[in-house]
Design a protein around this ligand. Structure first.
Ligand SMILES: [Zn+2]
Length: 147
């Protein structure tokens, strides 16, 4: 009985995996949008070039975010404007071409293959990644002097 109660307690104390995913999404997205932002906080859409404040831009995924293996991959994710990300269905073709330009021929192909692999992140790995990106985001904001 006691053991059962302890286990119950642990279950309620720990954050669920879906909560951890959401939290990692949040910090990772901020990192993607801040890494290339100017001192005034502006960035440009990877697929159409539109310039906007980073808070109005999205973290766009080349391979859909439903694939966990590439969901938090720093090449797979680039800044996009809402029009390209939501209404242009990610502008995937152009996204792939520009990825090859930026990181080298074959990058988009490798990401497609990688996205199809199975990964299972542990709770600890999620928590480590969250603190990692949280720290980078805070440093980037300080460095660039933006909020
Ligand atoms: Zn765009």
């Amino acid at each position: 009985m006691q053991i059962a109660l302890q286990n119950m307690g642990e279950i309620f104390m720990k954050k669920s995996i879906s909560k951890l995913k959401k939290e990692l999404d949040k910090w990772f997205s901020l990192y993607i949008r801040l890494r290339s932002a100017t001192g005034e906080g502006f960035g440009h859409c990877f697929t159409c070039g539109r310039i906007a404040h980073y808070k109005k831009l999205h973290c766009g995924h080349f391979q859909s975010r439903r694939f966990l293996a590439t969901r938090w991959n720093e090449s797979n994710c680039q800044v996009q404007c809402p029009a390209c990300n939501l209404f242009g269905q990610g502008e995937q073709y152009r996204f792939g071409l520009y990825l090859d330009d930026k990181y080298g021929e074959g990058t988009s192909r490798e990401l497609v293959i990688l996205s199809q692999t199975t990964v299972k992140k542990t709770r600890i790995e999620y928590e480590e990644d969250i603190s990692y990106y949280k720290a980078i985001v805070q440093n980037l904001k300080k460095e660039k002097g933006i909020e």
